[in-house]
Design a protein around this ligand. Structure first.
Ligand code: AMP
Length: 481
């Protein structure tokens, strides 16, 4: 088994890793760190939860240990699709670089330009940014990207969904073609493939399986729900959500409730609050300080229910989330995998329940195809809510359950029984698809596609089988926030 000490990392980095209580590298780390340290481009096909942040941060810190930052010219750049993910990378950087003198700046919306400008003016080693904010700084003439030696693109598939691919292409073109690129995406949609062919040079490809949805550690269920009347669907759905929460009782220590639309996120959060539940919304239209505050409360266990959109919650690393409720069936099947992967993390147990209304049945079928097995049907806990076979008979609206006000929090630590993340990584070096002479100046069509039709869409999701990496069996120490 590969050990961290075998990977060629700086001793200062190794000591920080050991302080973080990581015992063995995850497959993406074992696969990506050695080629990254050898200066190779890396294409990592991995999603959050696999340890991918450390797989690019640890070699980056090791390589930057030599050399010094210059005013306005960061030596490395990490691009992340959302403010939260960028902030999470910055937190990881602080943990792993704590024994070094490396500096960083975080360029995200909602934070004043002035403070960030001052840091950049002084010179930073690592710039962590969302694409839009980075371009804002660049256009204000405050930043030069010609000193970037290492560029990381994290969660490229989410960048594609959010329409950032043209921005990413522009940023690639502003960095020197001699840079090293570490590129991560959960899926390889055709547009992502095009970008990697254009801007990566003979990358080492590391692929780890997507999160297992079939593992014992995440118990899944779906309520096939039909409202008593069409105009009552929204209110009955909210009532059903409350009933499902109540049914889980103390086992539901905290939960993320996913909705498809931002407006729905607000409505559901408001409704839960009205009924006495400790809930708050998070989505892209809320201002940054509020998003950060909400997220911090949730992480610290002060907030029980986080009602979220996909974008806001994507990739968030909160180690102990007991439940995920899919208030809406996600329209992209892969989002189901991402959503439920917020629970059952780091070997803990988790439970997920979804509400499926008739309109969602097609999307639901796609999810079952993707996960490769049926999701168990759960009976609706609402008295009088019609079962699918009784659907032609409109029923009376059910009684409102009252939340348990004196709910005692149950212990947050549960035994690490099964696994969440990756199958063993396979590293391979595909034939070079772009010569270094074309690097950095590929300006082909920048048409961004919103298609999620990654080539692996039809494959069943693969878990780890009987293999369980040792790091998942040890007790988990969450990094300090
Ligand atoms: P990521 O996929 O980067 O979001 O990481 C998921 C979680 O795994 C984070 O909480 C990390 O702190 C944790 N982690 C990363 N690498 C390791 C490791 N080698 N051993 C144990 N935990 C890890």
């Amino acid at each position: 088994m590969t050990e961290f000490a075998d990977l060629g990392l700086d001793p200062k980095v190794l000591s920080a890793v050991s302080d973080a209580s990581y015992e063995t590298p995850t497959p993406i780390q074992a696969g990506a760190i050695p080629p990254a340290l050898a200066g190779r481009d890396v294409l990592g096909i991995a999603q959050t939860g696999t340890g991918k942040t450390a797989s690019f941060t640890l070699p980056m810190i090791t390589m930057l240990a030599k050399g010094r930052a210059r005013a306005r010219m960061p030596r490395s750049l990490v691009l992340a699709p959302t403010r939260e993910l960028a902030a999470q990378v910055a937190e990881n950087f602080d943990i792993y670089a704590k024994n070094t003198k490396l500096t960083k700046a975080l360029l995200i919306g909602g934070v004043s330009f002035k403070e960030q400008d001052q840091l950049i003016d002084k010179g930073v080693d690592v710039l962590i940014a969302t694409p839009g904010r980075l371009l804002d700084h660049f256009e204000r003439g405050k930043l030069l990207l010609t000193g970037v030696q290492i560029m990381v693109v994290d969660e490229a598939d989410r960048m594609l969904d959010m329409g950032f691919i043209p921005d990413i292409e522009r940023i690639f073109q502003m960095t020197p073609f001699t840079r090293q690129t570490l590129f991560f995406s959960a899926t390889m949609a055709p547009e992502i493939e095009r970008i990697t062919n254009t801007f990566l040079s003979n990358p080492v490809k590391i692929e780890v399986a997507r999160a297992a949805t079939t593992g014992e550690n995440i118990e899944q269920g779906v309520v096939m729900f039909r409202a008593s009347r069409k105009d009552r669907q929204a209110s009955e759905k909210r009532e059903l959500l409350r009933a499902l929460i109540e049914q889980e009782g103390d086992a539901c220590t905290n939960a993320i409730i996913f909705c498809n639309r931002k407006t729905e996120v607000d409505v559901v959060a408001k409704s839960l609050t009205k009924y006495g539940y400790d809930a708050a919304p998070i989505h892209g239209d809320l201002d940054q300080s509020q998003r950060t505050k909400t997220l911090d409360s949730f992480r610290e266990g002060k907030l029980r229910f986080l009602v979220a959109s996909d974008v806001a919650a994507r990739g968030l690393d909160v180690p102990a989330v007991s439940h995920v409720f899919n208030y809406d069936v996600p329209s992209h099947a892969e989002d189901y995998v991402h959503r439920i992967g917020r629970t059952g993390r780091a070997g803990r147990k988790g439970k997920t329940l979804m509400i499926c209304v008739p309109h969602d049945e097609k999307n639901f079928a796609n999810i079952e195809t993707l996960v490769g097995k049926p999701i168990p049907r759960v009976e609706s806990p609402i008295k009088g809510a019609p079962a699918p076979e009784e659907q032609s008979e409109p029923g009376e609206k059910a009684e409102k359950p009252t939340p348990t006000s004196s709910r005692k929090r149950s212990s947050r630590t549960s035994s690490a029984k099964s696994t969440e993340t990756a199958a063993p990584a396979q590293a391979s070096t595909p034939p070079s698809k772009s010569s270094s002479s074309t690097r950095g100046n590929g300006s082909k069509s920048s048409k961004s596609s919103s298609s999620r039709s990654g080539s692996r869409r039809d494959e069943p999701v693969v878990g780890m089988g009987d293999h369980m990496p040792a790091f998942l069996t040890r007790s988990f120490k969450a990094p300090a926030d």
